[in-house]
Ligand binder design. Structure first.
Ligand code: IFM
Length: 462
C-alpha cells in the first residue's frame, strides 16, 4: 500500500511512504527530555543539575534562557498526555530528572520526585500510551559534577545505583528502559568543547567521560536486568559520514569523524572493544579503561535507539599535521539549526548498524527538525518544512525496512517545543507549538499529519 493520500496532501511536497513496510505493532511516538520541558526546578526536593548551573552562567545559553520554567510540563503533564492521546501516539518517550529522583546523586530516593514519575507513567497507562523511559538525558546532579562528574569513575556506579532506585519504583509499569541518551553529546559537548553543561574543555576528560558513561550504561543494564526490567537499551546519536571528495585528506577526516561519533560507541557496545584506529588517534589522552570494563560495557541489550538528524560531510581542514576536521555540505536545504536535510543518511545509518553490528531491534528514538514557526492569523501553525522533513525520514525508515533492517519504531523529536540546550528557546522542534508567555499549546500541521499517518497505518492493518 503506497500512501497516495500523504503524497497529495494539499500545499505539502511529501515523500510517498509505503506504510505496508511497517509491521502492525510498529512503535510510533514522540520524544521529550526532562530538563527541556519540565521546569519546576526546585519543586518537591529537586536539587540543581549541571544544566541548571550552566544555563545560569552568563553567556552560555542563547538569550540567557534557562530551563527554570521551560514548557511547565511538571504542572501541565495531564494536558500534555491528553495531547499525546489525541494525536493517537501509541508510545511516548520521556526522561527522568536524576536530581528530582535522587537529589544528591547518592543514597535513598526522594519519594516526592518519584511520585511525579509514578503519576506520569500511570497517566500514560490510563490513556493507553506505552511509556518509553530514559534514565539519563544529560542532566547530571550538580553534586556529582562537583565530585568529578563523568570523568570520575565513581559516577558510573552512582548511575547504576540510581537506575536501581528507578526500576524498583517503576519496574512494574514500564517495559522499555533506555539507560543513556546520546552519550557522545554528554562527553564531547559537555567536557570537550564546553558548549554543553558542565562546560569543561578538556579532551582527556571528555574521553574519560565517554568511557564512564559507557561503563555506567553497562552497570545500569546489569542492575535493571537483575531487577527484572523487561527490555533494556541505549540511545546513540549516529551520523552518516561522507567525505566531501575522494581526496585522501577528506577521506581521512571522514574516518576520524566516523570513528569518534559512531564507532567509539558502537564498537564497545557490540564488539567488546574500542576501535584500534581511534585508540591510535587519541593516544595517551585515553587512559580511563580498566581490565574488565569492556565486558561490562558489552553486557547484552535488547534494543538500540538511534537518533538521526543529518549527514556529516567532512573536509581536510588543516590536514595533515592536525587533528582538526572541517565540515562541508552537499548543497541540500538546511534546517534552522544549520543541519542539512538528508533522509538517505538515515537509511544508510540503520543499514550499517543492522549489517555491521547487531540484529537486535532498532528504534529511531529521535528524528525531527527546527524551523521558524509562526502562529498564523487563524491561530494555526503551518509548518510545511517540518512536515516534509518528517515524511522524508519516515520514507527513509520504510526503505531501511524493505532492505531487511530490524527497525521496530520511530519517534519524532519532539512532542513539544522546548529548551533547545545552548540555543535556549530560539529553536522549535515540536509537533506541538508552545507559547512560552501563556504556555498555550497549539498542534502544528506536522502533528496533525503525523497523527493522520499513524491512524492510516493502524487502520490499513485492521
Ligand atoms: O534537543 C535535542 C535532544 O535533547 C537530543 N537530541 C537532539 C535534539 C535536537 O538538538
Amino acid at each position: 500500500m503506497t500512501d497516495l493520500q500523504t503524497r497529495t496532501t494539499p500545499g505539502l511536497d511529501l515523500a510517498p511512504i509505503d506504510l505496508a513496510a511497517f509491521p502492525p505493532n510498529f512503535a510510533w511516538g514522540a520524544s521529550t527530555a526532562a530538563y527541556q520541558i519540565e521546569g519546576a526546578v526546585s519543586a518537591d526536593g529537586r536539587t540543581p543539575s549541571i544544566w541548571d548551573t550552566f544555563s545560569h552562567l552568563p553567556g552560555r545559553v542563547r538569550d540567557g534562557d534557562t530551563g527554570d520554567i521551560a514548557a511547565d510540563h511538571y504542572h501541565r503533564w495531564e494536558e500534555d498526555l491528553d495531547l499525546v492521546q489525541q494525536l493517537g501516539l501509541p508510545t511516548y518517550r520521556f526522561s527522568l530528572s536524576w536530581s528530582r529522583v535522587q537529589p544528591t546523586g547518592r543514597g535513598p530516593a526522594n519519594q516526592r520526585g518519584l511520585d511525579f514519575y509514578r503519576r506520569l507513567v500511570d497517566g500514560m497507562l490510563e490513556r493507553g500510551i506505552t511509556p518509553w523511559l530514559t534514565l539519563y538525558h544529560w542532566d547530571l546532579p550538580q553534586e556529582l559534577e562537583d565530585a568529578g562528574g563523568w570523568p570520575a569513575r565513581e559516577t558510573a556506579q552512582r548511575f547504576a545505583d540510581y537506575a536501581g532506585l528507578v526500576v524498583d519504583a517503576l519496574g512494574d509499569r514500564v517495559d522499555d528502559w533506555t539507560t543513556l541518551n546520546e552519550p557522545w553529546c554528554s562527553a564531547f559537548l559537555g567536557y570537550g568543547n564546553g558548549r554543553h553543561a558542565p562546560g569543561r574543555q578538556d579532551p582527556a576528560a571528555s574521553l574519560g567521560a565517554a568511557h564512564h558513561l559507557l561503563l555506567g550504561h553497562g552497570l545500569a543494564t546489569q542492575a535493571l536486568r537483575a531487577r527484572g526490567a523487561e527490555r533494556i537499551g541505549v540511545t546513540l546519536n549516529l551520523y552518516a559520514v561522507t567525505p566531501e571528495s575522494e581526496r585522501p585528506g577528506d577521506r581521512e577526516a571522514a574516518r576520524r569523524v566516523d570513528g569518534l561519533h559512531n564507532r567509539w560507541f558502537l564498537d564497545p557496545l557490540f564488539r567488546g572493544s574500542y576501535p584500534d584506529d581511534v585508540r591510535t588517534d587519541v593516544g595517551d589522552l585515553f587512559s580511563a579503561e580498566q581490565p574488565g570494563d569492556a565486558h561490562i560495557i558489552a553486557t547484552p541489550i535488547d534494543l538500540l535507539g538511534v537518533n538521526y538528524y543529518t549527514r556529516l560531510v567532512t573536509t581536510a581542514t588543516a590536514y595533515p599535521g592536525s587533528a582538526t576536521v572541517g565540515f562541508g555540505d552537499l548543497g541540500l536545504p538546511r534546517t534552522s539549526m544549520g543541519w542539512e536535510v538528508d533522509g538517505s543518511g538515515l537509511t544508510e545509518v540503520l543499514g550499517r548498524v543492522g549489517r555491521d553490528y547487531t540484529q537486535i531491534p532498532l528504534y529511531v528514538t529521535e528524528n525531527g527538525a527546527a524551523f521558524e514557526d509562526r502562529v498564523g492569523p487563524d491561530g494555526t501553525v503551518h509548518d510545511a518544512a517540518r512536515t516534509e522533513y518528517i515524511a522524508d525520514h519516515i520514507a527513509a525508515c520504510a526503505a531501511a525496512r524493505r532492505d531487511g533492517v530490524n527497525l521496530q519504531g520511530y519517534f519524532v523529536w519532539s512532542l513539544l517545543d522546548n529548551f533547545e540546550w545552548g540555543q535556549g528557546y530560539a529553536k522549535r522542534f515540536g509537533l506541538v507549538y508552545v507559547d512560552y508567555g501563556t504556555q498555550e499549546r497549539i498542534v502544528k500541521t506536522s502533528g496533525r499529519w503525523f497523527a493522520d499517518l499513524i491512524r492510516r497505518h493502524r487502520g490499513g492493518l485492521l
